[in-house]
Ligand binder design. Structure first.
Ligand code: HEC
Ligand code: HEC
Ligand code: HEC
Length: 195
């Protein structure tokens, strides 16, 4: 060691630090449902039924349908693309009564506000599916918590059950940033490749 207390500089500290290894490219998740998406799904049918072979299976019927980031069919996209046309009645003669009314729900603590779109729901649900049993027809009528929703009340009557999964899709309901509450799902994690 040199006299005077000076330590030798290690070679790796002399210049710029070495570049980190490149992040391997992420494989993009499939954007449509493959034909073999849910192999177990055919178990829902009664195989002893003589017509089993001629029934169209879900795997067949849903192949090619757009999926969301959780890999489940994104039914709003399917509906908007015109792939399905839900009927308002059995004969297919009546029209849905579609309501263009958004409700912004602000009891969301540190989360962006919730935007409830009547339009997206009344394209295929009747008013009576929600009013008056699930919701009074009055904005702000209910003190809703996520605990209620996870346990199957309010929005959770359908979401997590027949409509999109709540746990991994906060931003689909909590879609209205406000004040200092940002759209955090748009901020890439440090080091993540920007979409
Ligand atoms: C299906 C729609 C929906 C989804 C998805 C959703 N929320 Fe909510 N959330 C609501 C509604 C409705 C309220 C109540 C708003 C009101 O009454 O003003 C709420 C309220 C909240 C609240 C405040 C009340 C409480 O329970 O403490 C928090 C925090 C919250 N959500 C977090 C989340 C998180 C985190 C996620 C994702 C894991 C999420 N939410 C996903 C609909 C949703
Ligand atoms: C999927 C469920 C759902 C369906 C279907 C639905 N609503 Fe609602 N509606 C809500 C929710 C949620 C609220 C807000 C309740 C709250 O804030 O506590 C609301 C609020 C309302 C309000 C109060 C608005 C205000 O500003 O006070 C009216 C009026 C209303 N709905 C009418 C209708 C009519 C008419 C239909 C059918 C065309 C319909 N809704 C279908 C869920 C639904
Ligand atoms: C009666 C059933 C039902 C109830 C109750 C319900 N939803 Fe939905 N919701 C649906 C269905 C069905 C869809 C479309 C299918 C899907 O996206 O998975 C949907 C779709 C949505 C979408 C996507 C809209 C779009 O255009 O992309 C949002 C946001 C949403 N719901 C929020 C809520 C919130 C918030 C509540 C509670 C205040 C709620 N929903 C209550 C059935 C329901």
């Amino acid at each position: 060691m040199a006299a005077g207390g000076l330590k030798p500089v290690l070679p790796e500290y002399r210049g710029a630090p070495p570049a980190p290894p490149p992040i391997p490219p992420q494989e993009a998740p499939p954007s449509v449902r493959p034909a073999d998406a849910a192999p177990g799904q055919d178990l829902f049918y009664d195989e002893s039924n003589p017509d089993f072979a001629s029934l169209q299976k879900a795997n067949q019927a849903l192949a090619g349908f757009p999926v969301d980031k959780t890999g489940k069919v994104d039914w709003m996209q399917v509906l908007r693309s015109g792939r399905i046309q839900p009927r308002a009645d059995l004969r297919g003669q009546a029209a849905m009564s579609v309501l263009e009314m958004d409700i912004v729900m602000k009891n969301t603590k540190e989360m962006p506000y919730v935007l409830f779109p009547h339009r997206s729901h009344t394209l295929w649900l009747d008013c009576s599916n929600c009013h008056p049993q699930l919701f009074e027809s009055r904005a702000g009528a209910h003190a809703i918590t996520m605990n209620d929703i996870f346990r199957g009340k309010y929005c959770g009557t359908c979401h997590d059950r027949v409509a999109f999964v709540t746990h991994f899709s906060c931003e689909r309901c909590h879609s209205v940033p406000h004040g200092t509450v940002k759209a955090w799902w748009e901020v890439p994690a440090p080091g993540a490749a920007h979409p």
